[in-house]
Design a protein around this ligand. Sequence first.
Ligand SMILES: [Zn+2]
Ligand SMILES: [Zn+2]
Length: 257
Amino acid sequence: MALFDSHCHLVFDPENHSPQEQLERAREMDVGMMLCVAVDLESAIACRLLAEQEPDVLASVGIHPNDCGPQGNLSERLEALKNLAQTGGWAAIGETGMDFYRDNTPPDIQEKSFRSHLDLAKELALPIIIHCRHAASKVLDILRDQNRTVQGVMHCWSEDPKFVKPILDIGLHFSFAGNVTYPKADLIRESARLIPSERLLIETDAPFLAPQPVRGQKNEPAHIHHTLEAIAEIRGETRETLEQSTWKAAESLFSAG
Ligand SMILES: [Zn+2]
Ligand SMILES: [Zn+2]
C-alpha cells in the first residue's frame, strides 16, 4: 500500500528545498507517487525533467490563474503552452482555474486562460487540474459550458460544500490538502464527507499548506499522511481503506503520460 500525492510543487524552490531530498523523505513515508504540478511553462519543463528521472513522479503542464496576467501577451503564452503540451510526457493539464481571492490577474484574463486549458485538455484527452478560490460559481458556469463530462480534479478544495454535487455531476474528482486539518476548516471537512470514494484524492500542495501537526513548516509530500489520517477520521473510514481508495482514484485519473 502507498500514498499518492496528487498535487505538489517539488521544483518550487530547488535551491532551498531540494526535490531530491523531498523525494527521499517521501519514499520513507510510503509515498508511492507524486504529481508535480506546473504553474507556468518553465516549471512545467522542470516538472517533466524530474518525472523523466524519477519513476514515482508525474508532471503536468499549465499556467496558474495567478500567473497568467501581468507577464507578456496571454495569447502568445497560450500558444506556447499548446505547443509544449503537444510534445507529450504529461499526466495532466494545469494547474489552471479561477482565483478571486488574490486579484493580481483580472477575471477576464483568468477566464480566457482557463477556457483555453479546458479545450487543450479535451484535445489531448488529458485530465485537468483546477485551482478554484472564492470562484466556485464562475468555475461551475465555465465547466457547464463545456457540455461534456470533464475528467480532472478540483484541487485543494476549500469552497462552499453546496458546489460539490453539481461539480461531481460534471465528472470531476476532488482533492483535499493540509488545510482540511485546520481547526477552523469545518466547511472543508463537510465537503470531504460528501465525495464518493472513487472521486476522492489527497494532496499536499507542497510547499504550501502544511497540515496542522507540522503547520508553519515548509510542506512536502512526506507530510501527506497527516491529511490522509484526518480525512479517514472525518469520513469514519480506516486509514488503510482511504489509502487504497485514494491511490486507485488518482492512479486511474492520471494514468496517461
Ligand atoms: Zn492551486
Ligand atoms: Zn498548486
